[in-house]
Design a protein around this ligand. Structure first.
Ligand SMILES: C[S@@+](CC[C@H](N)C(=O)[O-])C[C@H]1O[C@@H](n2cnc3c(N)ncnc32)[C@H](O)[C@@H]1O
Length: 420
């Protein structure tokens, strides 16, 4: 039997097989959406949640795994909303309506025809062409119209974008900018095959123009050629340089990037979460910690630098991967690194916890709660005082909250941790 091709759908032909990294990616999206809906529907006063879900690279909807059928991203997204609807209403007197509008698109018309066919056979058939809009087209070209529709329908523009491209060029940076500058409450999950880009540079390297948007400048290429034969270090530094550019240029304030390995392609692939709010970053990290071991990056998880980080040379063999021993190591490292970061960011000996989270949010695998544990230890050691939102000091044993403020005690002359 001919081998079924990955990501190829055609009505009447066998479904593509699902690869392990696609399963992992879908698990992260599904788990994140569970956490997301539980968070955004927490207010008991809310009676309607309006949201738009955009899957710009949706594929044909289903995969084969042995004798089982597996859902691709469009069905995963539809099911996530259905599950949320049941879950959030389970203990409410006043029902909450989730008014979700879906835009599914793909550049391949055979894929879109296959998806329509599967949707027509599904429980979602009645909603087709009503709250489920299918479009054939290149994401970059469809995006402006989709954004205009969201703006028209929703004041706050609450939206969730799944941008699961094949390689790295189909979500140009200006599309991310458009999303994050047009809408107030967008979030996005982006895949980006950094290794495919690096392999391209290794084998060809001409025609850099389309890659400059990702920070691939002449000096990037020069550094990459110097470092590329050092498998881990060369790749890690280049990965981080590209991540840094994406994070900076996207317009999203929070960018949570972790790498996922595809055994079939023998490549590392970036799965990034982009948002405008630190609480969203925190929730995404909770999913990574929960999924333990599937995502990783080279180097430390405590406070890292995006961009070409030469300190990676010292730790080039260390892979950070969200396991229990990684957590213990991360907490120890944070105890050393956080004091100077806090001090550097203080104005008149004061720093809002929320501001600290904004400053370190893109540079750590630590969840807020882990950062809070370290701050609390510093408070217990007398290195910091914690001020409550309405004023007044907190006891060091009381849990820190996002709304608290960190104060450097004036009476201390020797700041052992701060001054080291
Ligand atoms: C990795 S697959 C998507 C898999 C899908 N998200 C899932 O979970 O099943 C990438 C899809 O992007 C489509 N595609 C490629 N270039 C595109 C572009 N510029 N705009 C929109 N879709 C594109 C391909 O036809 C393919 O179906």
């Amino acid at each position: 039997m001919a081998k079924k091709q990955n990501f190829k759908w055609k009505i009447g032909e066998p479904l593509p097989g699902i690869e392990a990294h696609t399963e992992r990616k879908l698990e992260v999206i599904e788990q994140y959406l569970d956490v997301y809906f539980d968070t955004v529907t927490a207010s008991r006063r809310m009676d309607t949640l309006r949201i738009t879900i955009v899957d710009g690279f949706c594929g044909g909807g289903l995969y084969q795994k042995g004798n089982e059928i597996r859902h691709g991203s469009p069905f995963a997204l539809l099911n996530a909303v259905e599950k949320a609807r049941v879950r959030v209403n389970a203990d409410r007197h006043k029902p909450l309506e989730i008014a979700a509008q879906f835009y599914f698109s793909d550049a391949n018309k055979l894929h879109m025809a296959a998806l329509r066919d599967e949707l027509l056979k599904s429980e979602f058939a009645k909603r087709l062409d009503d709250t489920i809009i299918l479009q054939t087209g290149v994401f970059e070209e469809l995006l402006p119209r989709v954004l205009a529709d969201i703006k028209k329908r929703q004041r706050q523009g609450r939206s969730f974008f799944v941008l699961d491209q094949w390689g790295y060029v189909d979500v140009p940076v200006h599309c991310l900018q458009q999303i994050f500058s047009t809408l107030d409450k967008p979030e996005a999950i982006l895949t980006f095959s950094i290794d495919a880009l690096l392999n391209y540079l290794r084998t060809d390297g001409s025609g850099l123009d389309g890659l400059r948007q990702f920070g691939v400048s002449d000096s990037f290429v020069k550094t990459w050629h110097e470092l590329k034969d050092d498998e881990n270090f060369g790749r890690a530094t280049a990965q981080r340089a590209i991540m840094e550019t994406l994070a900076r240029k996207s317009g999203a304030h929070f960018f949570t990037p972790f790498m996922m390995y595809s055994k079939t392609d023998k490549r590392w692939m970036l799965l990034a979460h982009l948002s405008k709010h630190q609480a969203a970053r925190d929730k995404m990290l909770s999913v990574h910690w929960d999924q333990q071991n599937h995502f990783r990056h080279i180097g430390k998880g405590s406070l890292f630098e995006l961009g070409f980080d030469h300190r990676l040379a010292e730790s080039k063999d260390a892979l950070f991967s969200f396991r229990d021993d990684d957590e213990a190591k991360l907490l120890k490292e944070l105890e050393n690194e956080l004091p100077s970061r806090v001090m550097d960011n203080m104005t008149n000996r004061v720093l809002m916890v929320e501001a600290l989270l904004s400053q370190v949010g893109n540079l750590t695998a630590a969840q807020n709660e882990m950062i809070f544990r370290v701050l609390q230890k510093l408070a217990a050691d007398g290195e910091l005082e914690i001020e409550k939102k309405g004023g007044g000091r907190k006891k060091p044993s009381t849990m820190i909250e996002v709304s608290d403020t960190l104060v450097r005690p004036p009476q201390r002359l020797l700041f052992s941790k701060f001054s080291s």
